[in-house]
Design a protein around this ligand. Sequence first.
Ligand code: AMP
Length: 283
Amino acid sequence: MKILKAPAELQAFALSCKRSGKTIALVPTMGFLHAGHLALIDIARQKADVVIVSIFVNPTQFGPNEDLERYPRDFERDSKLCAERGTDLIFVPNPEDMYCSDASTFVEETKLSQPLCGASRPGHFRGVTTVVAKLFNLALPDYAVFGMKDAQQLLVIKRMVRDLFFPVEIIAAPLIREHSGLALSSRNAYLSADEKSRAVVLSRVLDAAGSALRANGIEVLPGVLESMKHEIKNAGGKIDYVEALDASTLESPTAKTVDLLIALAVYFGKTRLIDNTFVWVKS
Ligand code: AMP
């Protein structure tokens, strides 16, 4: 397994793969890998000749008061896990090599990036689309795998790829959970044992909401959202948002909406967790 830090070296590697007719799959991550990330790598492995995993805690997607500095990092462990999963190359750049000090070009999706995490984390998705565009230009992937854990991110990236004609197929990977139902996340490392057990409420209320909507249709949505919020507060969660939006437009659902994204962001202690579920609603 190769490990590269320099953007130009990754691009040269990708070009040489292309010239020899090999397909490339890219898995962008911020590292501190868990089973959710590894499932993405497995999908990439099945799809392409060459698997590239990027590990980059991207500063431009963090707000000024967020956890950029303390975001968990363990490159030794990550590289072992990547090697075990058949990764061909890890790209682990330095921020100053990804962003020139006078960089003045950014990529911005302006519609799907507005609600949910876009509303609570201004500038976050601009950071994401910019870094993903850079990674695509360096790794030249035929496929790029993103997790449904970050459902809004996935939609934003798909829109960027469509709108800017990136020659890459975006593959959506299912959300991987612990046995308790808690969505796997590198940020779970911040949680105390008590916070972690209380955070199980998130997947429980999403499950219950999905069942209620499938059984009774969209007209029960207001009551469903209220009871989700109630249960989350009872478990000690501080709600950033709990919302249901049309899953393809991320606009408010109408009586005609059949495909819903129910998404939430909730703090347990200082840790902000996100989770979601997609629901086909009875029409
Ligand atoms: P991150 O390192 O958190 O930026 O995540 C890198 C990629 O892994 C993103 O495409 C995430 O959506 C995906 N990912 C993170 N956690 C999970 C999970 N629990 N299940 C599936 N994919 C995940």
